[in-house]
Design a protein. Structure first.
Ligand SMILES: [Zn+2]
Length: 57
């Protein structure tokens, strides 16, 4: 997958069916990209993720 460099730091709407999440795209190393989904605080899917991580915030 080729990602244009101007997308580094871009915010993309969507990524979760349960809230109005946004996805943050970032190039952490040349050619290595991460996509972090930022959920709403009230999102049930996000709560499940937090619980799966052991409940620490
Ligand atoms: Zn969500």
């Amino acid at each position: 997958m080729i990602i244009p460099p101007e997308l580094n730091g871009a915010t993309i709407p969507g990524g979760c069916d349960d809230c109005t999440a946004e996805q943050g795209l970032a190039e952490v190393q040349p050619g290595i990209w991460t996509l972090n989904v930022r959920h709403d605080a009230t999102c049930p899917t996000w709560r499940r993720i937090q619980q799966a991580r052991g409940g620490s915030s």
